[in-house]
Design a protein around this ligand. Structure first.
Ligand SMILES: O=C(O)[C@H](O)COP(=O)(O)O
Length: 232
């Protein structure tokens, strides 16, 4: 039996301010750090000891992994940071307050941008300084693949190949793998693991700092899924 632990980062400063975040590299709040520490304690109390960790290139997820693993005294395990696990890119909405945006565009339009499967928010243009092509962490990537916005479908399209080529093979030689990432990049994995439809995934919300444990058979079929916070 294999264990895959999906951990959304702890509360970020823009979660607290109710801003669209996406690829903006905002840090954790004090509450977010406490959530990450609790996640490590929940894993420890459950006897779930990750042997490797994969995360994004955004500090809220990286720091969550560090804090949780420090609580487990397992900062020594291999850590891979990869943009494929970044949050969904929220385009020109990044930085805007979700309530103010709803007041400007209407609740229905904001709900569509947030929870439709295939409708992306308005895109950032390449000459916008917020576009990823101006960010040094992506400088070695072909600018053609850097998004100016993403729908959940677009996020799935970059996460799933990464699961197939990189993450799933890790479970051939590790029994316990931790993925510390973001609400929508993790929803992409949940959708794949549980065979959810476009409509079903819309109803899935992943809380900050709550370790979701997937018990898998050797063929990576899901045997059991549970939240450690709910079990505590
Ligand atoms: O990037 C963001 O704004 C959040 O992490 C995820 O957005 P959501 O709350 O609209 O899913």
């Amino acid at each position: 039996m294999k264990r895959l632990v999906l951990l959304r980062h702890g509360q970020s400063q823009w979660n607290l301010e109710n801003r669209f975040t996406g690829w903006h590299d905002v840090d954790l709040t004090d509450q977010g750090r406490a959530e990450a520490k609790q996640a490590g304690a929940l894993l420890r109390d459950a006897g779930i000891l990750p042997e490797a960790v994969f995360t994004s290139v955004l500090k809220r997820a990286i720091r969550t992994a560090w804090i949780a693993l420090d609580e487990l005294d397992r900062l020594w395990i291999p850590m891979t940071k990869d943009w494929h696990l970044n949050e969904r890119h929220y385009g020109a909405l990044q930085g805007l307050n979700k309530a103010e945006t709803a007041a400007k565009y209407g609740d229905e339009q904001v709900h569509i941008w947030r929870r439709s499967f295939a409708t992306p928010p308005p895109a950032l243009e390449g000459n916008d300084e917020r576009h990823p092509c101006h960010d040094p962490r992506y400088q070695n990537l072909d600018t053609e693949i850097l998004p100016g916005t993403e729908s959940l479908k677009d996020t799935l399209a970059r996460v799933l190949p990464y699961w197939d080529t990189t993450l799933a093979p890790q479970l051939k030689h590790y029994d316990t793998l931790l993925i510390a990432a973001h609400g929508n990049s993790l929803r992409a994995l949940v959708m794949h693991l549980e065979g959810l439809s476009d409509d079903e995934i819309m109803g899935v919300e992943i809380a900050t700092g709550d370790p979701l444990v997937f018990e898998l058979d050797d063929q990576l079929n899901v045997l059991k899924r549970y939240s450690l916070r709910a079990e505590s």
